[in-house]
Every structure is written in C-alpha cells, then in structure tokens.
Design a protein around this ligand. Structure first.
Ligand code: UD1
Ligand code: MG
Length: 462
C-alpha cells in the first residue's frame, strides 16, 4: 500500500524576480502561484501537505491555506537550497507516509492528472525516485536531464554546473518528484553543497538513487511545468493560462472579439453565445449569461451578468448582479452589493453602491445611488444623488415603483418616496413623500432684463 504525503518548496527568495514580493504570491488566473500548486494537491486528495517557507512566510501560508486549510508550514530559516528545504520538512511528515511527492512551489500551470500519472508509475515501478521532465524550447536556467546510451537517467545537472555540451541538452527537470519515504530519509543527509552556488541541490538525489535502481520519468509539455523565476516567466505563465481558458470557452460557443487582450480568472464562467470584447478583465467568480455582451475595457469582479444583458464599454462592476436583458454603461461603476433588475438601464457616470434596482428602472446619467432600493419602472433623472452618509453613519433610501425623480435632485436618507410619486427637478427631498404625491422645493424664477454684471458697469477711462 502506497500512501502519499507531499512537500512543497516555497522558501526561496525569488532573487531573479527583482522584486521585494515573493514570486509565489504573484497571481496567475487570479490565484497566487503557490495557491495553484496547493490546489493541485487538494484535487489529488493528498492527505498531508508540508510547505517549506521562509521568505514572506505568513503571506505564503495564507495563500496556501485558502486552498488547503490543513497545510502545515515549516520554516527553513536561511534558504540553503532545495535539498536543504526537503531536509527541513522531513520531520514534519506523518509517520504513515510511504512515499513523498516533492514539488517546487513555482509551477503554476501544473495539472493534477500529470502528478497522478507520476505517482501511479512510481508505485508500479517500486522506484526510489521518479520525476517529471519536459523538452524546453529554451532550457536556460533549468536542470538538464542527462541519460546514458540506453536512455536511462544518470543525473540532473544544474545550469550553473553544466559544460557547454550538457547545456545543449533540452530535456529538463520539472522540479516535481516522487520519492520512497524511507530512502529519502536516508539519502537527504548525504547531500553536499559542493557546487558553485554553495547550495544543497535536491537534484543530486537522482544520482544517488540511480546507484541503487533505475529512475523512471514521464515527459510532460513544457507549458504545464514551466517554472516562474523571472517577471518574463510570470507573464508567459499568465498568457498560457489565459490562452487555455479562452480556447475552452470558444469551444463552448463564446465569442471573443480580441481574444489576446482579455484577462480571465480561473473561476470565471461564460455561457455560449456571449460576446466578450477587447481589453475586458473578468475576475474572481464572475459569471456571464448566454448571449450577454461585455463591452471593451470593462472590468468585472465577482459579477453575475444575466442572459442578453449588455455591459457597455469601460464599465467597472464589483460583487454585483446585472439581471437578464439589463443594460449598464458605458462608464458605469457598480460597487459591491448592487443588483440591476431585468431590462433596467444604468448609464454613463452612474455609480451604484448597495443599490437594488427593480425591473425596468432607468438611471441613465451622472448619478450616485448608494444604500437604496428602487421599485419597478422608476426613472432617476440626471444628476440624482442619494445623500446616504452624515459623516459617521449610512442611511437607506427607499423609492417605490414608477417614481419619477427629476434631474439634479438629492434624496437625503433616511427617506422613503411612495409609488408613483413625482420629485420635481432640483428638489432636495428631506422627509418621506406619500405615494402619488408631487414633491418640490418651491423656488421662483426672477428675470431682470437688461442686467449688466458689476464688473462691466464701470465706465472705461476716456
Ligand atoms: C529547480 C531545480 C532544477 C529544475 C527547476 C524547475 C534544483 C537545484 N534545481 O531550479 O533542476 O529544472 O527547479 O523549475 O532543485 N526553494 C526553497 N528553499 C531553497 C531554495 C528554493 O524552498 O532553499 C524553493 C523555491 O521557493 C521554489 C523552488 O524551491 O519554489 C525551486 O527553487 P528555484 O530557485 O526556483 O529553483 P530553480 O533554479 O528554478
Ligand atoms: Mg524555479
């Protein structure tokens, strides 16, 4: 019986990123690089995960625990190489583990299926060590897999240690291994830091295993196991993740007018018939309904857009719902907790916050509608503002159905306007208005004909 535990190496300083932030915290498809690796372990139901951390350890463990709440963290202190990292993790492995999956933390595109294949092969072969390899388009920076005349693995040679002939080899180590636990316990203390970097290389274990028994490998596509070491690698990983998602959605009938320019997080769902225009970002758990259209430059995070709804260009939607057939934008901002009803319209420079608009409501121009409930088919004139904040507390505004709010009105919350009421243009509504009433702040209009402004009255000097 093989029972697998895992060690994830996540303590490196990310020197080549040239950034104070760990490479493992940068996001690919809306999930931190290390979170994606944790998610693979979760999908494989590997029971125990030990994460070796050091640099930015709290942030890294937070990202891990969002995917794997029970993951254990071990502090490597001063990172002295991948071999040293595994050494630090060994005491934290559960006693029942017969085999250990070891993963680098910087492989965001890894798929659970490939790791499962490696685990199955390792168990079948009764191997001491096995690992995933790939053919690199540009192998620079990776450890090269060196084989004998029979094609059997001999050892892994790190970039910094390679002769020019070795450097020409394109088969590379992915940094994803399975080891027999008892052998790992014996072999790790034998590692030496006798290389140019002065680090304990985990890869030297392969040479030690080959002394005993053949080391089997599986080759996977480079796109799946590419390591993120530089900003360029990160950009490439993001691009590959996006291309895969876009391709899948296209297969399901989604139209992208400029597929290379969209940003799509992993948890986004888009129904067939939807049209996604250029430079659109769909983030978090955004859901786009069938035949909806998302206009150019819009940014939607945790948004739910109904069927045939239209989001016109440059609209920002956060944690809000746009129901079937509604139209929002251009240049609208839906802040969290907003709900735009069926066939409702929200137009340019309208900001909603915790605003519930029933079916058919129209708020087409230049408004702030916060902490408000608006009944069916009401019309909100240009420049209407809900005054929901007294500097300390927030208050709610309730408008009934078929209310007409004239342009440039202010609704001073808490306030309620009944069904069918009419708010005259430029009214400051201070108290509740009954259904069917007209509310105005009486103002008169004065005309002074022939009026000359004071600055124009003075006589010009002769
Ligand atoms: C490593 C492999 C290389 C392989 C490549 C695949 C070694 C010596 N080399 O190189 O053969 O081709 O991955 O991507 O293993 N880490 C620690 N503690 C340390 C050092 C690193 O936890 O002391 C972590 C890093 O955070 C990272 C992972 O280990 O997540 C790999 O380290 P990295 O520096 O990226 O190794 P590479 O040079 O890419
Ligand atoms: Mg790396």
């Amino acid at each position: 019986m093989h029972r697998f535990a895992s060690i994830v190496l996540a303590a490196g300083k990310s020197t080549r990123m040239k950034s104070p932030r760990s490479k493992l915290l940068y996001e690919v498809g809306g999930v931190p690089v290390i979170g994606r690796v944790a998610r693979v372990l979760r999908d494989l139901s590997i029971e125990a995960g030990v994460f070796v951390v050091s640099y930015q350890k709290d942030e890294v463990m937070d990202a891990v625990r969002r995917q794997l709440p029970d993951a254990a963290g071990v502090d490597q202190g001063e990172p002295r190489g991948t071999g040293h990292a595994v050494q630090c993790a060994l005491p934290a492995l559960p006693p029942w583990a017969t085999d250990v999956v070891v993963l680098a933390g910087d492989v965001p595109l890894l798929r659970a299926e490939s790791l499962q294949r490696l685990m199955d092969m390792h168990a079948r072969a009764g191997a001491l060590a096995s690992f995933l390899t790939f053919e690199a388009a540009d192998p620079h920076g990776y450890g090269r897999v060196l084989r004998d005349g029979h094609g059997e693995v001999q050892y892994i040679m790190e970039q910094t240690e390679c002769t020019p002939e070795q450097a020409a080899v394109r088969e590379c180590n992915s940094g994803l291994y399975v080891f027999c636990r008892s052998w790992l316990d014996e072999a790790v203390p034998l590692l030496r830091a006798d290389n140019k970097k002065g680090e304990f290389f985990l890869t030297d274990l392969i040479m030690l295993a080959v002394d005993k028994v053949r080391v089997p490998t599986i080759t996977v596509p480079e796109s799946e196991v590419m390591g993120v070491n530089t900003q360029m690698d990160l950009a490439r990983a993001k691009r590959l993740a996006r291309e895969a998602r876009v391709r899948r959605f296209m297969e399901e009938g989604v139209c992208f007018t400029q597929p290379d320019t969209v940003e799509l997080d992993d948890d986004v769902a888009i129904a067939g018939g939807a049209i996604i225009e250029g430079q659109v970002s769909l983030r978090g758990a955004t859901v786009i309904g069938a035949c909806a259209r998302v206009g150019q430059g819009s940014v939607l995070e945790d948004a739910r857009v109904g069927e045939k709804a239209r989001i016109l260009p440059y609209t920002v939607i956060e944690s809000s719902v746009v129901r079937d057939g509604a139209r929002v934008g251009p240049y609208s901002h839906l802040r969290p907790g907003s709900d735009v009803g069926e066939d409702a319209h929200v137009g340019n420079f309208v900001e909603l916050k915790k605003a519930t608009l029933a079916a058919g409501v129209k708020a087409n121009h230049l408004s702030y509608l916060g902490d408000v409930t608006i009944g069916e088919a009401s019309n909100i004139g240009a420049g209407t503002i809900t005054c929901n904040y007294d500097g300390k507390r927030k208050f709610h505004t309730t408008l009934g159905a078929r209310v007409f709010v004239g342009s440039d009105s202010q609704l001073v919350a808490p306030v309620t306007v009944g069904d069918g009421a009419y708010v005259g243009t430029g009214t400051t509504v201070l108290r509740d208005v009954p259904a069917g009433a007209l509310v105005i702040n009486p103002k008169s209009q004065e005309i002074r004909e022939g009026w000359i402004p004071p600055f124009a009255r003075e006589k010009k000097p002769e």
